[in-house]
Design a protein around this ligand. Structure first.
Ligand SMILES: NC(=O)c1ccc[n+]([C@@H]2O[C@H](COP(=O)([O-])OP(=O)(O)OC[C@H]3O[C@@H](n4cnc5c(N)ncnc54)[C@H](O)[C@@H]3O)[C@@H](O)[C@H]2O)c1
Length: 453
């Protein structure tokens, strides 16, 4: 089938490439000429495992093309996927100006009838409005389908090819069937393809993301209580997550959720709720808890160094909002870097993929290290803010030798407290009792205790 993708970001690029990879002819449109030039030169514009190879293979096979020409793109696809961004407005509601502009320009250039699929995350009722808008700008038939995307950055290709489910929202059976056919290569018999109402499909995406964000804020809240009552969140979590009704997913205590989805989607759903005179208190609490959580580790920094950090140097490992992506949008690491800079500290950051994007935001205000250990030179402390695999088993002796004093703030609970105690670190993590290194002889006492037990 001939498919057009409008918006060649994280979602559009993965969607277009995966559809091309199973034999469709896909044309990807974007308004950003730099992005399109890079893609046409065979360069992947984002870091996403496995994506670059697929782009190259399918471009070479002639099934995947990139353009800024809306006339060409609107003519190409029998099915047109809208994958443009829906960022937050200042009041938290979703800014739909991008998707409206994209829909209008496609409508104006459609040579005949089209199925238009909204893959962007949009508030309930947006499909109705976009369908009306498009019908007002073309004399051809437009059928509008909602098909929310559930992929995770860092595992986007895998998630797209092996979805837990596909949601197709429309009241038009004919269009639903066309979209269902497109997903058959990715949905073995037991993968549900849910054919539901368009408005229900739109709501299901916000409900799913808000629920996942809620689990993260919930475990962070429990972690904060644990810290104050001297209990280890890891033990509490194991007691919780083994309950089959609860399960282990999205119960990782840390510096809070970030990225381009959870923060904006929780707020956008709360705004929808406000607009229909319902005060969605859970959603607001999820957001507020997360905002506080992004700063929680800084309390430990203050307790260690005092409130002014002039002249102190911090090595920051990890700036992306999660591992296996280059995406720093709404990353909790940025909040921490801002807090450090505001308090007068120097920051040297290292991230396996995120430094280019970071440099666009901070330019010369921070330093950028070539590798994790370079970042430690002359630093007063190490702060770990993203759960990249390469940070999980570092050379602790090397860290200890490079830092002025062996102090680690771990915002992802990557290390065992017993291990850090044994290596005489002062170690702060989330929801676990701090380890005070050599300061109070705790490590020696612990070693003794361990030998005896
Ligand atoms: N990133 C994710 O993990 C993820 C997952 C599921 C759903 N979503 C949703 O998918 C949507 C897209 O997210 P993203 O992260 O891919 O966004 P993105 O910002 O990475 O990409 C959006 C792209 O759309 C382009 N664009 C904007 N207006 C355009 C127009 N009129 N015509 C053509 N191109 C245009 C931009 O230049 C950009 O390249 C959002 O609604 C998001 O909430 C994102």
């Amino acid at each position: 089938m001939k498919i057009t993708i409008v918006g060649t970001g994280y979602v559009g690029l993965v969607t277009g490439t995966c559809f091309a990879d199973c034999g469709n002819h896909v044309c990807c449109l974007d308004i950003d000429p730099t992005k399109i030039a890079l893609l046409n030169a065979g360069k992947c514009t984002i870091y996403e495992p496995g994506l670059e190879e697929l782009i190259l293979q399918n471009s070479r096979a002639g099934r995947l093309t990139f353009t800024t020409d809306v006339n060409h793109a609107a003519r190409h696809g029998e099915v047109i996927f809208l994958c443009v961004g829906t960022p937050p407005s200042p009041d938290g509601s979703a800014d739909l100006s991008g998707i409206e502009a994209a829909a209008k320009s496609i409508a104006e250039h459609m040579p005949d009838s089209r199925i238009v699929v909204i893959k962007s995350t949009v508030p309930v009722g947006t499909g109705d409005r976009i369908e009306t808008l498009m019908r007002n700008h073309t004399k051809h038939r437009v059928e509008l389908v909602s098909n929310p995307e559930f992929l995770k950055e860092g595992a986007a290709v895998r998630d797209f090819r092996m979805p837990d489910r596909v949601v197709i929202g429309t009241e038009c059976e004919e269009s639903a069937e066309v979209v269902r056919q497109l997903y058959l290569p990715f949905t073995p018999p037991r993968t549900p393809i849910l054919m539901i109402g368009r408005r229900a499909a739109e709501m299901s995406k916000y409900a799913a993301n808000s629920y996942l964000a809620m689990r993260i804020s919930f475990i962070n809240e429990i972690a904060n209580i644990c810290e104050r009552v001297g209990v280890d969140i890891d033990e509490v979590k194991s007691g919780m997550a083994t309950d089959a009704r609860i399960g282990p997913h999205f119960l990782y205590p840390g510096v809070g959720y970030g990225g381009s989805c959870f923060p904006k989607d929780v707020q956008a759903l709360a705004a929808v709720s406000d607009s229909v005179d319902h005060d969605a208190r859970i959603l607001k609490a999820v957001h507020e808890t997360n905002e506080m959580q992004k700063c929680a580790m800084f309390d430990h920094v203050r307790s260690e160094f005092g409130s002014r950090l002039d002249g102190k140097r911090f090595a920051v490992w990890g700036v992306t909002f999660k591992s296996r992506t280059d995406d720093i949008r709404e990353s909790p690491a940025l909040t921490m870097v801002d807090l450090l800079l505001d308090a007068g500290a120097w920051v040297t950051a290292y991230d396996p993929q995120g430094l280019e994007n970071l440099a666009v935001k901070y330019a010369g205000r921070i330093h950028y290290a070539r590798d994790a250990y370079d970042a430690l030179a002359e630093a007063d402390a190490l702060m770990v803010l993203t759960d990249w695999d390469e940070f999980r088993s570092p050379d602790f002796d090397r860290i200890s030798a490079a830092l002025k004093r062996p102090i680690v703030f771990d915002g992802r609970n990557l290390y065992k407290t017993a291990w850090m105690r044994r290596h005489r670190f002062t170690y702060y993590s989330i929801g676990r009792p701090p380890v005070y290194g050599e300061r109070d002889g705790m490590s020696r006492a612990f070693e003794l205790e361990e030998t005896l037990s």
